[in-house]
Design a protein around this ligand. Sequence first.
Ligand code: PMP
Ligand code: GLU
Length: 398
Amino acid sequence: MKHLLSDRVVNMAESETLKMAQMARDLKALGHDVISLSLGEPDFDTPESIKAAAWEALKAGITKYTPVPGLPELREAIAQKLREENKLNYVSSQIVVSNGAKQSISNICQAMLNPGDEVIVFAPYWVSYFEIIKLAGGTPVIISGDIETEYKVTARQLKNAITDKTKLVLFSSPCNPTGTVFNREDLESYAEVLRKHPDIYIISDEIYEYIVFGEEHISIGSLEGMIDQTITVNGFSKSYSMTGWRLGYMAAPDFIAKACIKIQGQFTSGANSFSQKAGVYAIQHGKAEALVMRDAFARRRDLVIRLLEEIPGIKVNHPEGAFYVFPDVSALYGKSSEGTVIKTADDFCDLLMSKAYVGLVAGSAFGAPDCFRLSYAASDAQLIEAISRMKRMVEGLR
Ligand code: PMP
Ligand code: GLU
């Protein structure tokens, strides 16, 4: 049947995060005691007050199509938030609300890329970036940071990767999968390079903005002269634990916002009506609850790092944001369990799933094949049990 499908889909990799999460669900359904730390999804319920705002909207009959770029009051609330909290001088006509930040990134790539256009992507990168770029006809150009420097790429790497085909630069901060937060100095060093190329646009994915522990979150678009070169992407999934509501947004120079509205108008139309009403409430009143969740993540980060550092052969990074750690397991290569030799982090993750029923995502999906991603958006008890299973497995390797 393969020939009946488009080359586009045949050449596309499945989302590894969603695949691993489904594998965990399937094994659980078979009765196995699986602990899944694979999906990047807060384990908290959406705050009650946000749910109540959606319920009020439903009762008021807000159940119809909405304008393609979003309800005017939501676009205005977002523009105000970006101006006040992020020092990003956007107005509401520059905001496009979508069915999640994933769609925002996809809209931008569809709106901006021609075949052969290059997108510089900072690795380790979020799984979907690569396929979204390819689907739009673009070529991802990967530059990688490593664990010794908390996975930060350097300005020199960025400078060296630029060609006359470069159209976009894409990164997330706080970063999925590493949890790294780019500080002002890092961002300033990237901005210094990019100011010399005013026709290159940055997609700054800030969906984990509220989940920062020590560092202050800085938007690259707020740096001197960068607003006209920056497309800021954000959403409600992570900050307010609203993954199922499918609500995200972007803010961009006018011509890019208009192009994205055109694309979205032909593909999916405006985002869910009552989710948008809940979104207005979340932006205006939800921050305190978001920060309570952030504090829980900070505590769990410390727990997870402490426990992982007790396992020989696992090198752990010390992230300042999001809810992931991204350890390196290359020191375990060559060791084996009952005849299965670990040659890659994929092998390590497969072994952990089959022997100990702990689900992770291997780093190859994120452009870092020696690592794995562990999402600590799970209870303390689950984290303690999962890491002790990992420890037992590693101690049993020969
Ligand atoms: N960007 C990053 C870095 C993410 O981790 C996610 C997670 N889903 C998204 C974008 C997309 O989020 P959503 O579509 O749920 O808004
Ligand atoms: N972004 C989350 C993750 O990385 C959710 C799953 C997805 O959309 O890929 O796990």
